[in-house]
Design a binder for this molecule. Structure first.
Ligand SMILES: Cc1cc2nc3c(=O)[nH]c(=O)nc-3n(C[C@H](O)[C@H](O)[C@H](O)COP(=O)(O)O)c2cc1C
Length: 172
């Protein structure tokens, strides 16, 4: 047996964890009157009572710094018709909001138009973990619309197909 810890390179890590299918969201915030936003799939529900969620944001990204400084953010869950929005908010250095008509939530944080749902959050706590900042948000307001979610799996966008069976309400 080798005495050294095997190294998992970032590409292998990305490819392997990419087998875990997720939805896609855009984290938005407003700092000094300027909107910021980035596409994420690291969104996880943390707690129902109190309502907490987390996102992992790359260290040094514009939106990461703005979320930490502003202390508030909104998670916009994208619909299956918003692949263009997902790509737009993933382009480094681009003006992500160009040509978008913005609305604002209670916290004056921009909301992505026609998102499937959005959750307005205050930063509850944050900590660095490797090359990301884990941001835990306390949810203050939610808004939910009808539609289907955008999915992300194996580096590609996709749709989720329901199998037509009765829902399995494991929490009932
Ligand atoms: C589907 C998808 C999911 C992503 N998920 C994350 C994520 O969870 N965390 C993250 O830091 N970056 C993620 N990214 C990359 C960011 O969206 C990208 O680095 C973005 O340009 C950062 O924006 P900014 O530097 O302008 O703030 C993802 C990109 C895509 C396409």
């Amino acid at each position: 047996m080798s005495a050294t810890t095997p190294t998992i390179d970032p590409l292998t890590m990305r490819r392997t964890i990419g087998r875990f299918a997720t939805g896609v969201a855009v984290v938005t915030t407003l700092e000094d009157g300027e909107p910021h936003g980035m596409t994420v799939n690291s969104l996880t529900s943390v707690s129902l009572d109190p309502p907490l969620l987390l996102v992992c944001l790359t260290t040094g990204a514009r939106t990461t710094d703005a979320v930490v400084r502003a202390g508030r953010f909104t998670v916009n869950i994208l619909s299956d018709r918003q692949e263009e929005i997902a790509m737009r908010f993933a382009r480094r250095g681009a003006d992500h909001f160009e040509g978008l008509t913005l609305t604002y939530g209670d916290h004056e944080v921009p909301v992505v138009p026609n998102a499937l749902a959005h959750l307005e959050c205050a930063v509850d706590r944050q900590f660095e973990a490797g090359d990301h900042v884990v941001v835990i948000g306390r949810v203050h307001r939610v808004c939910d619309r009808s539609g289907e979610p955008l999915a992300f799996l194996g580096g590609r966008f996709g749709d989720l197909t329901e199998r037509g069976r009765q829902p399995q309400l494991w929490f009932a």
